[in-house]
Design a protein around this ligand. Structure first.
Ligand SMILES: NC(=O)c1ccc[n+]([C@@H]2O[C@H](COP(=O)([O-])OP(=O)(O)OC[C@H]3O[C@@H](n4cnc5c(N)ncnc54)[C@H](O)[C@@H]3O)[C@@H](O)[C@H]2O)c1
Length: 259
């Protein structure tokens, strides 16, 4: 899976939330293949450790697999402390963990709304806060990436919580960019269009006809895959993207070219 082993992240320490499958896992493997020490986190310890073990077996730099539910500030503190003890720094945070829950506004259960916001927005705030503190204290700059969504700019039915939570990341990221700029800390969003993962399968299951609709909107005539997203994350996280901050990149095969 992890192509593009150009050693663009030599010795960097990168922490990825929701890194056990889908886009997060592709980012973890791509970063490791490019020389980064990767801290793979997931809601369950087993899968996180499995990805870290796989990285070791491939001969890439030392990796850690740790449990992390981004709703839990205690677990976040533990993950950042463990990372600092093991590697002494954190250079890159990828706020990838996210969930999609689809109801029409008129039927949206409050608890489902709140839980989505706890993961997609509050979790991003808590992880970014911990990363900012560690990066500012270390004094070597850093990069924070957010997996937002093209839905933040162009949305449809049953997307109220998801789209608005992902739109919140655009504004949040810009504030991080402004506050982090003097410390050499960059913050950017990636806005994937439809990308073939378990999450998208869930969306297809709840919104009939959406697969054909999304496919029909792409200019390139295909849905994205996880490597398409990881490649852009690699650019933004590495020195190739060193003058890019407070921005977002839509990665959608032209599905959302006007978003
Ligand atoms: N796949 C797409 O089409 C698409 C499009 C736009 C944006 N995105 C965004 O990209 C990111 C990755 O999506 P994906 O398609 O790989 O989804 P996925 O469902 O395959 O992966 C999401 C990851 O987040 C983790 N996660 C869920 N709740 C968590 C919690 N409370 N704490 C920590 N981790 C948690 C999951 O365990 C999983 O590893 C998400 O933020 C998603 O919103 C995906």
């Amino acid at each position: 899976m992890a192509s593009h082993a150009l050693n663009l992240l030599p010795g960097r320490v990168a922490l990825i939330t929701g890194g056990t499958r889908g886009i997060g896992r592709a980012i973890a493997e791509t970063f490791a293949a490019n020389g980064a020490h990767v801290v793979v986190t997931g809601t369950h310890p087993g899968p996180a450790q499995e990805v870290a073990d796989l990285i070791q077996r491939r001969g890439w730099p030392d990796a850690l697999g740790l449990p992390l539910d981004v709703r839990d500030p205690v677990q976040i503190e533990h993950v950042f402390t463990t990372t600092m003890v093991r590697f002494g720094r954190i250079d890159i945070l990828v706020n990838n963990a996210g969930v999609h829950t689809g109801y029409p506004v008129a039927e949206f259960p409050l608890e489902a709304w709140r839980d989505l916001y706890r993961i997609n927005v509050e979790g991003v705030f808590l992880c970014s806060q911990a990363a900012m503190r560690a990066m500012m204290a270390h004094g070597a700059g850093g990069v924070i990436l957010h997996m937002s969504s093209a839905a933040a700019r162009a949305s449809g039915t049953k997307q109220a919580a998801y789209a608005s939570s992902k739109a919140a990341l655009l504004a949040f990221s810009r504030v991080l960019a402004v506050e982090g700029g003097p410390y050499g800390i960059r913050s950017n969003c990636i806005l994937p269009g439809a990308t073939e993962t378990d999450m998208l399968e869930g969306v297809f299951a709840t919104i009939p006809g959406i697969r054909e609709e999304l496919l029909g909107r792409t200019v390139l005539g295909k849905l994205g895959n996880v490597q398409d997203q990881a490649n852009v994350a690699l650019f933004l996280a590495s020195d190739l993207g060193r003058h890019v901050t407070g921005e977002y990149v839509v990665v959608s095969g032209g599905e959302f070219m006007n978003a």
